[in-house]
Design a protein around this ligand. Structure first.
Ligand SMILES: [Zn+2]
Length: 172
């Protein structure tokens, strides 16, 4: 039994006992004492009922939260089955749809998918000079580079004289 309810039950029993004892009393002093005791018990009972009411509200809130968590977990269990981990080369991974029939092509963040059970669509930023695609996860603020790293094309530097970019400047 919930402690608040058990306490309430014993207070009610004590109040009933005092009331029964008061019925036959003729002594005014004793009646006054019993009335004072009864008033104290009723105040304790009021406090216990208030605590029980708060506890009930707290438990209802916890039940609601747990129900929401279960529903969210069940939705996620179904949704995550639509995705598969894909290697984009160079050991760079993202989650992609198994079939792209109903959704446009997109990549999901593996970190958010695995650790937070959420779908965060990666946003493409640009292609790097190393032939990789740079993406950003807006949920966990992580940058990703997909594809194998390739050396950047070398710029030929001519020793002595002006730099090549200066010599290519258009003449007016
Ligand atoms: Zn993420």
């Amino acid at each position: 039994m919930v402690p608040e309810i058990a306490g309430t039950t014993s207070l009610i029993k004590a109040a009933i006992d005092i009331t029964k004892a008061m019925v036959g009393l003729r002594d005014e002093e004793k009646l006054r004492t019993q009335t004072f005791e009864l008033r104290g018990l009723l105040l304790d009972l009021q406090g216990a009922l208030h605590q029980a009411s708060e506890r009930e509200a707290h438990l209802r809130s916890e039940i609601r939260d747990l129900t929401d968590q279960i529903a969210s977990f069940n939705r996620w269990t179904i949704e995550k089955e639509d995705y598969i981990r894909k290697d984009f080369g160079g050991e760079t991974f993202a989650m992609v749809l198994k079939t792209e029939a109903s959704n446009p092509t997109h990549r999901l963040c593996c970190q958010c998918f695995d650790q937070h059970s959420r779908k965060s669509v990666l946003q493409k930023q640009y292609n790097t000079i190393h032939a990789q695609e740079k993406f950003f996860c807006p949920a966990c603020n992580t940058n990703f580079q997909f594809g194998p790293w390739k050396p950047s094309p070398r710029v030929r530097v001519v020793s002595g004289g002006p730099s090549p970019w200066m010599t290519r400047r258009p003449r007016f």
